[in-house]
Design a binder for this molecule. Structure first.
Ligand code: DAK
Length: 258
């Protein structure tokens, strides 16, 4: 498939999506969101792909939804059509692990898209923010919810109420990102991380993702029960039998992803 606003590549068992609207700092126009959905569908249907990386450019992961595209909409345009919600939820609904490799600006919808991913790896140049208040609106794709869960109420309030950007060091300290790496090694590190995940059993990594994600949705008791049942279910997998047998035989497991 060909895409206008993204570059899609396969690196071994990893699917790589590079946002590619440099003239607009990768502003997430509707066509770009549709492209991402298409690429994720392609990767989800490909058994060879076991982890996904989404990245941008050196200057910007994404500077938000496309403000120029949104500027002329009125309330009924966005309310009646449930403004771009369907496409925007595609990243969060991806069943395979997704890593956001963020350099430069991740603002508004860009920050929200990174937070929809499972792991954020940040370059030392990364800047995260929810500046919607500065253009007379509020975050609309999870900024008030996922940022609050990631960094806590006080910092999320401050960022959403002032539009202040957080640098990579503060983002790591606050728990928003997994790790900070030098900008020139961001993509290598992200692909290495994705490759590591892809080396394990695909159904097991999907179960890990589903279980960790449930911790946001459930009470502790419900989440622990969900986790336990998912743990039990790994005993139906050939890969679980192979993993434990390989350990006992002191050899590398040969996972078949089933
Ligand atoms: N939209 C459109 N164009 C953008 C853009 C954006 N978000 N951000 C940057 N650009 C364009 C600029 O207009 C400029 O274009 P030209 O003038 O060259 O034609 C080009 O990119 C370079 O930008 P600058 O010249 O401004 O570059 P600077 O280095 O001076 O500044 C900046 C970089 C990132 C600080 C600045 O560009 C900026 O403040 N950008 C806007 C950031 C922002 O406010 N982002 C939040 C947008 S609102 C939803 C889903 C998503 C959303 C809502 C609902 N649903 C599912 C319901 C999301 C909303 C948003 O993200």
């Amino acid at each position: 498939m060909s895409y206008e606003n993204i570059i899609v590549e396969v690196k071994d068992n990893v699917g790589l999506i590079t946002l590619n609207r440099p003239q607009a700092l990768n502003a997430l126009c509707a066509a770009l969101i549709t492209d991402i959905g298409g690429a994720l569908d392609q990767f989800e249907n490909d058994d060879n792909i076991r982890a996904i990386v989404i990245t941008g450019s050196e200057r910007a992961f994404a500077a938000g939804a496309d403000i120029k595209e949104m500027a002329d909409y009125d309330y009924m345009d966005v309310y009646k059509n449930d403004f771009i919600t369907k496409g925007w939820t595609r990243v969060a609904s991806c069943r395979k692990p997704v890593i956001a490799a963020v350099a430069g600006f991740a603002l508004g919808g860009g920050c929200e898209m990174a937070m929809m991913c499972d792991i954020i790896l940040a370059a030392d140049t990364a800047k995260f923010g929810q500046p919607e208040i500065t253009i007379g609106t509020i975050p609309g794709a999870g900024g008030t919810q996922r940022l609050t869960r990631a960094v806590g109420k006080s910092k999320a309030m401050e960022m959403c109420l002032t539009g202040r950007m957080m640098d990579a060091e503060e983002a790591e300290r606050s728990g928003l990102v997994a790790r900070v790496v030098p900008a020139d090694s961001l993509l290598d590190e992200a692909l290495k991380l994705a490759g590591k995940i892809a080396s394990f059993s695909a159904p097991v990594s999907m179960k890990v993702k589903e279980s960790v994600s449930k911790s946001y949705e459930m009470t502790l008791t419900e989440g622990l029960m969900f986790e336990r049942r998912e743990f039990h279910s790994t005993f139906a997998l050939d890969d679980r039998a192979e993993g434990m047998k390989a350990f006992a035989e002191k050899r590398k497991p040969d996972f078949k992803h089933r």
